[in-house]
Design a protein around this ligand. Structure first.
Ligand code: NAP
Ligand code: SF4
Length: 677
């Protein structure tokens, strides 16, 4: 995984001074929008969410962003900190966190031109590509009032019991929009020279410090690499960092990349620790603690960055969804029990983007702490689980954790099922961590494993519950010549059983079609080695260049292999991919020269290749290999045989419903089934 292993986590676990506070270790839970604030019972849910993570011993928890005023919200429902009475309602969250020994800071975030509202504001009236609303240019009076709004919001947070605030100065939000020429075209005191562009950030920090006094923690999140044209060069970032320190900040957290950047920053195709140099540049400029962030998901990587002097602290956000007890497990010598964030974004960012509260693919309890029980069962059952893929492993691990007596049968000699195929896609070998975690849990809680054993009817007698998690098999379309030697299934290609030739047709442009196409054109280094990643996406690995960019992130990088991906639908291929990762996959394939075609009618396959109709005209696509990524069918033979014998079974995962099966649904169904036993 391109990861540096360290035996000890001494630096990470050591205390550190920040302002007038001593922090119990070097780990911050970074800010995440949870959308829990709009849920029924929102306060109870937020208390449970944050208290669980404080019990997991992060030194500071930073909340999701609160706007300092009405113009700065993400959208109409976005949380605000401008009403002192409403702020006081947050006090129980602060108390719950502090009772567990952590500090809690409210993030103050003015969305600027990213606010999805009529009347959003920015330094200059330039619309963001990712927002349909055109911002109004702020007047001098607007700017001064907004600085005052930040100070008032910080005071409201202080009165509510927060230990401090994090002022959001990165990711392309308002403060960041002032600091760079990309969005700041002003000619008054707030634009032009770096001194003027930095003024809004510096005055905001100064105002917050003055209003809240010396004991209140002030964290400033600086953009350590904007990753957009017209972004700041390293020397300007260092100068801003020094001014922010002088204005009274206690800690400098770092942010990487604007939301409109065309470089992936946190998803699985980004190597672990890819941005550490950007944080190190900031650290070299100041003497207050500097925090490294983004794509740091293991204690080994965190320790390596800290011990090498690249940062004083580490901020992790999604890893605390995957495992709230990340730090506690490290402290107790149980780092191998951490449920690792695999950077898929599927249940965190993609949920948030579709107006759902945050959760986590590998940990369905995240954000739903009040719905899941933790206490062992008082009526243990004998449970058989057939199938050791994601659904089966999640069921078995959770049932055994709750005290049931569980036996798991897996026909292959290794656990994982479809995860063993998914892991072959570039960057998705993060799934190895999920396998490690769930197999470790099963082991720890005493699941009896029968690997390499296809469970027969007679093996499944004497159980109180039989759970069928036998998964899926590739769908073979009914086409003449589909048994031609050039045809392979996605499973044969991803497992390495068959090797594709130099010209390939991928039939099916769903999630698996895209993964297979990427597998065929992307070298492993691009997702595991920071320099190779930077070269692919036009990033300056020293981050000295303006915006940290050394070239066009979308510049072509053709692959030696020619790949064409087809679908029958006329919609845009890849339209159904996850919001926060689909654009990366589509751009990566385009860069590597993969051609995607919709509206295709499939004909026969023969020695000439795949015969299709496109726009009503016949065409033959010659190919060494034709890969079937045409969906899946449920594997239900055993379930049907058991039902015929009158045995009651519960089907989950792909065996229950193959359409749209993914690890998210599989793990969620498994854990919920076990909870309900
Ligand atoms: P999918 O996304 O439903 O795609 C299946 C593809 O097969 C479609 O392109 C479909 O397109 C085609 N197809 C279906 N029936 C066919 C037939 N009889 N003949 C020819 N083509 C046929 O399913 P998947 O790719 O198998 O992925 C399974 C699940 O895993 C999905 O839920 C997917 O979202 C998820 N997944 C997601 C990702 C990701 O987001 N990166 C990666 C892997 C898997 P046409 O009918 O238009 O031809
Ligand atoms: Fe990490 Fe995926 Fe969970 Fe998000 S959903 S926290 S990216 S594992």
């Amino acid at each position: 995984m391109g990861n540096t292993q360290r035996e000890s986590f001494e630096t990470m676990l050591s205390p550190i001074r920040a302002g007038r506070r001593t922090l119990r270790n070097r780990i911050i839970m970074g800010s995440m929008h949870t959308r829990l604030e709009n849920e029924p019972d929102s306060l109870a849910k937020q208390i449970a969410f944050y208290a669980e993570r404080a019990r997991g011993e992060a030194a500071i928890l930073v909340t999701g962003g609160f706007s300092p005023n009405a113009e700065g919200v993400f959208d109409q429902e976005g949380p605000r900190m401008d009403d002192p009475d409403k702020a006081l309602h947050l006090r129980p969250i602060c108390e719950a966190v502090q009772a567990e020994g952590s500090l809690i800071c409210a993030q103050l975030l003015h969305a600027g031109r990213y606010a999805k509202i009529e009347g959003c504001v920015a330094p200059s009236p330039i619309r963001a590509l990712i927002n349909r609303f055109i911002p109004r240019e702020m007047t001098d009076a607007d700017i001064r009032r907004t600085i005052e709004d930040f100070a008032k919001a910080a005071a409201n947070a202080q009165a509510a019991g927060f230990d401090g605030v994090e002022i959001m100065g990165s990711e392309g939000y308002l403060i960041n929009e002032f600091t760079v020429t990309h969005t700041n075209k002003r000619e008054d005191d707030w634009g032009g020279s770096a001194e003027n562009r930095h003024r809004f950030a510096v005055e905001t920090v100064r105002a917050v410090r003055e209003r809240c006094g010396p004991d209140f923690l002030v964290i400033y999140r600086i953009s350590a690499a904007d990753l957009v044209e017209g972004g700041a060069p390293a020397d300007e970032i260092a100068a801003l960092a020094r001014k922010i320190e002088a204005a009274g900040a206690d800690i400098l957290n770092t942010g990487i990349g604007w939301h409109e950047a065309r470089v992936p920053t946190i998803a699985y195709p980004v190597p672990r620790g890819a941005w550490r140099q950007a944080a190190a540049n900031v650290k070299a400029a100041v003497s207050i603690p500097v925090v490294a962030s983004n794509r740091i998901n293991t204690p080994a990587m965190a320790e390596d960055i800290l011990a090498s002097g690249g940062a004083d602290m580490i901020s992790m956000a999604r890893p605390f969804l995957a495992d709230p007890h990340f730090v506690k497990k490290v402290r107790e010598g149980r780092a191998d029990e951490i449920n690792t964030c695999i950077a898929c974004n599927q249940a965190c960012l993609d949920f948030i983007f579709s107006d759902r509260p945050v959760s986590c693919l590998v940990n369905p309890r995240a954000g739903r702490e009040t719905e899941f029980r933790d206490t062992p069962t008082d009526s243990p059952k004998k449970v058989a689980v057939v199938g050791g893929g994601a659904a089966g492993m999640a069921t078995a691990a959770e049932a055994a954790r709750l005290g049931h007596v569980v036996t798991l049968f897996e026909a292959h000699d290794r656990l994982g099922g479809q995860l063993n195929l998914a892991r072959a896609a570039p960057g998705k070998d993060e799934f190895d961590e999920t396998l490690r975690y769930y197999s470790g849990q099963m082991n720890r809680h005493g699941v009896t494993l029968h690997l390499g054993q296809r469970a027969g009817l007679d093996d499944l007698t004497g159980f109180d519950h039989v759970v069928i998690a036998t998964g899926v098999k590739p769908r073979i379309p009914d086409l003449p010549g589909v048994d031609h030697p050039s045809v392979a299934t996605y499973a044969e290609i991803l497992s390495g059983e068959r090797v594709a030739g130099d010209s390939v047709v991928v039939m099916g442009a769903g999630g698996i079609g895209h993964d297979v196409a990427e597998f065929l054109v992307t070298g492993s280094a691009e997702v595991h080695d920071t320099n190779a990643f930077c070269e692919t996406w036009g990033v300056d690995p020293t981050f000295a260049a303006p915006g940290g960019l050394a070239g066009d992130p979308l510049a072509p990088k053709p692959s030696r292999r020619k790949v064409i991906m087809l679908q029958r639908k006329t919609s845009k291929p890849g339209a159904g991919l996850g919001v926060s990762t689909g654009w990366i996959l589509r751009n990566a394939l385009r860069k590597h020269g993969v051609e995607a075609m919709g509206g295709v009618v499939y004909g026969r396959i023969d020695d000439a290749g795949l015969h299709i109709l496109i726009d009503g005209k016949p065409k033959v696509i010659a190919a060494d290999t034709i890969v079937l990524c045409t969906g899946q069918e449920p594997e239900r033979a055993l379930a049907e045989a058991l039902s015929a014998r009158g045995v009651t079974v519960t089907m989950i995962g792909g065996a229950k419903e193959a359409a749209e099966l993914d690890a998210l649904r599989a793990i969620d169904e498994g854990v919920r089934l076990a909870q309900g036993l």
